[in-house]
Write a new protein. Structure first.
Length: 298
């Protein structure tokens, strides 16, 4: 028993392991180098390239999101604005163009006048015409005896005979069309004045020599809301008349509307005159409104 000797050689065993692992280590290094090369070239998919750090992944995702938002922007719905440039004659006069925001409302009378109803709001336009009688000595003072108001489409909004405040000394029937019986049960002036002003308040008032009508109403309408067809140069131009010379309503109606008004000895009709005035205005409404807008722009 005492003669038994154990001879254990650990060095040889370790040497053999190194020899066995040596080729494996070499192949592993080659594999790692090859995979890094492929990763740099971008040939590995996400699963194969699992060695990438989470930080790099997050950076890549963030970059992809930013690119996506740049390529696919958010769209919002916007309401278009109708802009109309002035005519060439306007640009030649002022040297530049003006953009006007306008609201288009179709009108049943558009086909009759051949014009387009491009206005801010046609419902805000009315035509006014008044007939006067004479009061005072020899009837030299003019007072309101009839008033008619029509809409943009020519519908009668108001038409009343009105009793003057002072005694009438001259009916002026040849021009006014007023007779004594018309004033017998006429609306008192103060009442009629209140009714008329309530209608035209805040509206664009179209009239022929409209200031005369406002004077007998004892009322001053805002100037920017007045359209006087006796003082629209382009209306005279279309009629072949001198631009700066006021023309009568009868003449303009004959030349531009091919219609006779104020004929005979029965006098004028304020309803007929108001309708004619509105029709004349509508012929030049678009162009005239642009001219007025361009003037206020400077």
């Amino acid at each position: 028993m005492a003669g038994i000797t154990l001879n254990l050689n650990f060095n040889d065993h370790g040497h053999n392991e190194r020899q066995e692992k040596g080729p494996g280590n070499s192949r592993h290094k080659q594999f790692v180098q090859r995979r890094r090369y492929l990763a740099r070239r971008g040939f590995l998919n996400k699963k194969q390239n699992s060695g990438s750090s989470q930080k790099e992944v997050n950076k890549r995702k963030k970059k992809e999101r930013s690119q996506a938002s740049a390529v696919f922007p958010e769209f919002t719905t916007r309401h278009p604005e109708l802009s109309i440039n002035p005519s060439s004659s306007m640009q030649a006069h002022h040297g530049n163009s003006v953009t006007i925001k306008e609201f288009t409302v179709p009108s049943k009378s558009t086909s009759e006048t051949g014009s387009s109803s491009v206005l801010q709001n046609p419902m805000k336009y009315v035509a006014l015409d008044c007939e006067m009688v004479g009061t005072g000595p020899k009837g030299h003072c003019s007072e309101l005896a009839r008033c008619s108001i029509v809409s943009y489409d020519g519908d009668v909004i108001y038409d009343q005979f009105i009793k003057p405040v002072n005694p009438v000394t001259d009916l002026r029937t040849r021009w006014s069309g007023i007779k004594w019986r018309d004033l017998h049960k006429a609306t008192p002036f103060k009442q009629a004045q209140g009714e008329i002003l309530k209608i035209i308040n805040g509206k664009v008032v179209v009239g022929h020599a409209v200031q005369n009508d406002l004077n007998v109403l004892h009322y001053s309408h805002p100037v920017h809301l007045l359209r006087d067809t006796s003082r629209i140069p382009i209306l005279n131009q279309k009629a072949g008349l001198p631009e700066n010379q006021p023309a009568s309503l009868k003449t303009l109606t004959k030349l531009l509307l091919n219609r006779e008004i104020q004929t005979g000895k029965k006098g004028h009709s304020s309803v007929e005159d108001a309708k004619a005035t509105m029709e004349l205005y509508k012929i030049v409404a678009m162009e005239w409104e642009r001219i007025l807008a361009s003037r206020t722009a400077f």
